[in-house]
Each structure stands twice: as C-alpha cells, then as structure tokens.
Design a binder for this molecule. Sequence first.
Ligand code: GDP
Ligand code: MG
Ligand code: ZN
Length: 402
Amino acid sequence: MDVQSEINIGLVGHVDHGKTTLTKALSGVWTDRHSEEIKRGISIRLGYADCEFYRCPNCGEPECYSTKPICPNCGEKTKFLRKISFVDSPGHETLMATMLSGAAIMDGAVLVIAANEDCPQPQTAEHLIALNILGISNVVVAQNKVDLVSKEKAMENYRQIRKFIQNSVVKDAPIIPIAAHYGANVDALIQAMEKAIPTPSRDMKKTPRMSVARSFDVNNPGTPIEKLRGGVLGGSLIQGKLKVGEEIEIRPGVKRKGTYEVIRTTIVSLVAGSVKLEEARPGGLIAVGTQLDPSLTKSDNLAGSVICLPEDKIPVWEELTLEIHLLKELIGTKEKGEVKPVVKSEPLMLSVGSAVTVGIVTNPKRGEMKLKRPVCAEIGSKVAISRMFGTRWHLVGYGTIK
Ligand code: GDP
Ligand code: MG
Ligand code: ZN
C-alpha cells in the first residue's frame, strides 16, 4: 500500500451543507479542529484528512466500495484501490480566499449540495465558478441530507441541481444522493469518485513545484539551540518530486528591511502523514523539513510561497499585468447584476496558487496592478480575481499573467 496519497479531492459547497460531516464519514477525521471553528461551527482553515478506498471481490457495485480493508457488507478481505487526501474547504461567504487557496491543490472535487434547500445557494454557485475558473472539471455532486426530505422533494431538488450545473464544465457530473450524517450511500459516492475523479497522470520529469500552505516551528519553547529542529513547510507538490538532501529555493521568501529575499536551503526530511519518505511526489500533504532558522517558518510565515529548484528561477511579481476575464454576472453576493469593469485604484484580491495578495489597479485597460505582497508564479498562470462587496470578497473573474 502507498504511504503517500495519490490525489487531492476537495470538498466544496455552501456552509452547513455537510462537507465536514462527509469528510468525517469518509476518513473518520473531524477536520473542524480549531477552537474558534468549533465555537462558531464553521471551518475557517482548510481541513485535511486522508482515507483509503477499497473494493470487495465478492460484492456487486456499489456495495463493494468502502474505506475498510475488511468488507463491511460481507466480511471478505478487500482490495486496496488508492489513497486519497480530502481538502475540506470552508463554505462561509467570508472565507472565499481560503477556499480558493485550497482549490489550488485540488485535482478533483465533490460539490456538496443539501437537498433540503433550494439550489443554488450563494456559495454553491461561487464555489462551482471557482472550480470552473481553475479548470477543475472532474467533479461529483453529493446531494446530501436526503434523510430530511420526501422522495418527491429529493427528485425536485435533483432536477434543480441538474439545471444549475447544465451550463458549466461539470454538466455531466454524477449526482449521488447521500446522508453523510448516517454514512448512507457513501459506497455509491466512492464508486462515482472512482469513475469520475481518476488520479491524474503526472509527468515525473517535470521540475518540482510545491505550494506551501502552512509553515511551522516544531520546537517546544526553551529547546536548547543545539537541539533545535529546522523550519518545516507543509503543502502539496503540484508537479515533479522532491528528495531528501536536495537544495531548494523558497520564493518570494522572507521580508527583510522592506524587500523580499529568496531563501535557499536543503531538505533534511520529508514526511507524509507520520511516515518518513526519501522522495515525495504529488498527492496529499507533505511536510518538508529544512535547515532554516525556525523563526523564519513559525506561524505560517511562509504560507503562500512556492518551493522550486534554485535553477528554475520562477518569477516573483511585485506588480502584475493580467489579461482579465470578468464574469458576466455577480455570483454569491447579495447584490445582483452584471460585473462592472475594473477601475483605477480599486483593490482586488488575487489568489495565485495557494497565495493570496491584494492588487491595487494602476492601469485598468492594460490590466496592471501593484501588489501589497509579492507572489511567485509563472507567466501564463491563472489568477482568481475577487472584489470587495460590503466587507466581503467575492469572486468576479480571473486573469492570466502576461
Ligand atoms: P459544512 O459547513 O458544509 O462543513 O457542514 P457540516 O458538515 O458542519 O454540517 C452542518 C450540519 O448539518 C451539522 O449539524 C451536521 O450534523 C448536519 N448534517 C450533515 N450531513 C447531514 C445529513 O446527511 N443529514 C442530516 N440530517 N444532517 C446532516
Ligand atoms: Mg465545514
Ligand atoms: Zn463484500
């Protein structure tokens, strides 16, 4: 069996529709760990949970699919299919930036839609647009909470969902009725994921690119200097592989005296889950141990950066020129109507990979903006563009780096 997951699947959709409950039903892990999250009952940070899919040789479809090495249906030993990392995003409208940075590492997604509410709810629509923009087209719809509605209501809701996804890139996505809270029909959902969200083929000759989602100081306070462990970076490899002993660069790096300096260091360890690896490849979350001074990596200080090889020299941008594509209509906002063109001096929230920054528009015609915080990305990369409505950022389009 593989130590490392081979694919990241996102859980997206409107708040309270059951993403975290479904993540738990699949993985056994409750991802809303943060105390503030538990208090407010919403996911603030991205949640991550690993899980394995198995198939029973005895049982028919979909009962043969489970997350257990022993078939819950007949007791037979099951066959391992693959290891998956679930990325549980927050569905609250204030947390679009977090959803977008999570979407940067999703290879496919499960769009969770509650059967007991009209479809689409605002963030159901906004998350689907985000998937469209970022090119995540392998999607399964989980029609959740079917235990709360009559059969007729469920059918009506099903038709609403079909109509809603009709004009998107996921128009043919399977829609699977489930009740995540009771684990009902989760086998059929796994079957749908096996068919509609295959593991992408990865070109391992490509040079490595890792999106840093978190960074830590793993030392307990008061650890003597000679025993200090170097800074740790957590995230997902987008392409290529990383090896222990390899020299890497972290871009844009750290802020020193007002400017950002690229950091160079050597990988001293690679960990997936709790297993040490010599080499890591795309799929799942990995922790990269380095020789860096842990004060540089503490408190997510380097979140949003990119890890690459020193010779790759991926550009760091303090200003960006984007070919801007705005949505025709506002989505996910209380306000309705068309998306107005970008204007001079307006602030836009830009999501570039797992990084988030604010760009102040300097030339709207040419798509030029000055960034509050630099980002590292290749020419041609897609940037999700959000605009402030009231006190909240909402997705209004995307740009391509020129
Ligand atoms: P999230 O905001 O999308 O992550 O939603 P949660 O997973 O936190 O679920 C929101 C609420 O819906 C919780 O109270 C869950 O217990 C409840 N819930 C989730 N799935 C189901 C379901 O299948 N049936 C019923 N009746 N309630 C559910
Ligand atoms: Mg949640
Ligand atoms: Zn079986």
